[in-house]
Design a protein around this ligand. Structure first.
Ligand code: ZN
Ligand code: ZN
Length: 409
């Protein structure tokens, strides 16, 4: 199939399955300039499907780098309030939100990590009210990716620039099933498979998970009435959407102060334009008490020290090692892909929808229930074909959940 057809199918899939765009709805797109072609396809298709308005927020990596290198310190402590307010207003009015994740994994490698963490903290604080709409699934939102030259070269260093971009497009089309005859039907099947796992785990209500792999021995307690989520979710109007494309994970929340032991990363983590590699975290009563990294230690340190909540876990996600992305045996240096190829955790905030009535609770109530709250939420990968996970039932029985990196049921 030719590239143009695939690109059109990808836009259609994003709008119909990812966002499930409704007639008369406004679509807000967050996108880098490099994705302009795809954004134009999205926009055309959105109007075809009856969108009222398509609003695009462009950003540019070159400008970002110029700012990090040249702007005075104070610049990173302010965030345009009109922008935060605008997003809040559009969410309140029922818009849906698409983010296009396409970045150069090494963009900020020479920038002082302190500057980056200040900027990220400032943005997170300013956008906190808006983020509630997405974290509580009140509005439909989705993240998809398109290649950039720098990203493609990082993933496929042995190909020339043009070939690497083509290869990355090919991989993305295949991973999101766009290369299939009817991607929308394929997604229906895929979502129902994820639902089976979700239903099984929700019925089991394991009180504890025990992770074992080389460099990993960790126990994670799960709260009473925790909810596993995977595939699609319903927004506050009951419209189903798929927040990540691809998505291969089912996830829930840990009890913030009941994580103990050590976990070792299995893939590099791209955090805000810097890579953190081969790192290890040690937890005591939920808190990260020790950590090390072969590469990107300062970046990891800044991430963990974002606020109090970033010292704790907020997400427990299960992804089989034989998932389609994992089978490509490629490191994508992009969390959207790498997290869907590997079991992972997130440091930082939990999705409140993972506990009964969680979306209605404020920060204090969530904390009281043992659900983590933070300005940040960053997934990191710990899955491999050597990972075993046991689940402990409420009456203390130990059952296999994962064996050698794959579902045991
Ligand atoms: Zn996740
Ligand atoms: Zn996550």
């Amino acid at each position: 199939m030719d590239f143009k057809t695939n690109l059109k199918k990808y836009a259609e899939l994003t709008l119909k399955v990812g966002l499930n765009l409704q007639k008369g709805q406004t679509l807000v797109v967050n996108a880098p300039l490099t994705s302009a072609d795809f954004v134009r396809k999205i926009t055309k298709k959105a109007y075809d499907l009856g969108a009222k308005n398509v609003h695009v927020e462009w950003h540019d990596e070159e400008l970002k780098l110029l700012k990090y290198k040249n702007a005075p310190e104070e610049a990173f402590k302010e965030f345009p309030e009109w922008k935060a307010k605008g997003f809040e207003q559009m969410a309140k009015d029922g818009a849906c939100f698409l983010s296009i994740s396409a970045s150069n994994p090494d963009l900020l490698k020479d920038v002082d990590p302190k500057r980056i963490s200040t900027a990220q903290k400032t943005a997170a604080k300013a956008m906190e009210a808006f983020r509630k709409y997405t974290q509580n699934s009140e509005v439909s939102w989705a993240v998809v990716s398109v290649p950039t030259k720098e990203w493609a070269q990082k993933v496929y260093p042995n190909l020339n620039e043009k070939e690497s971009v083509e290869k990355l497009w090919e991989s993305i089309f295949s991973i999101v099933r766009v290369d299939k005859n009817n991607p929308i039907d394929e997604w229906k099947k895929h979502l129902s498979t994820l639902k089976e796992k979700v239903t099984y785990l929700n019925t089991k209500q394991y009180k504890k998970l025990h992770y074992k792999a080389p460099g990993t021995d960790l126990t994670v307690k799960l709260p009473k009435n925790h909810i596993w989520i995977g595939g699609d979710e319903a927004n506050s109007k009951g419209i189903n959407f798929v927040a990540n494309m691809p998505t291969e994970e089912v996830f829930t929340v840990p009890i913030r102060h009941s994580v103990n032991g050590t976990v070792t990363s299995t893939k590099p983590l791209n955090y805000g334009g810097n890579l953190i590699e081969d790192f290890k975290l040690t937890f005591k009563d939920g808190k990260i008490t020790d950590f090390s990294a072969e590469k990107g230690y300062e970046t990891l340190k800044n991430l963990i020290e974002t606020d109090e909540g970033s010292h704790y876990l907020g997400e427990v996600a299960l992804v089989p090692h034989n998932s389609p992305i994992s089978k490509t045996d490629t490191i994508f240096y992009n969390t959207l892909f790498d997290e869907n190829a590997s079991c992972h955790f997130a440091v930082g905030s939990a999705y409140p929808t993972c506990v009964e009535n969680g979306a209605k609770m404020d920060k204090e109530e969530l904390k009281e229930k043992g659900i983590n709250v933070s300005l940040t939420h960053v997934d990191f990968m710990i899955g491999s074909n050597k990972l075993d996970i046991d689940g402990e039932t409420s009456d203390g029985k130990i059952e296999a959940v994962f064996r050698k990196g794959n579902w045991a049921f």
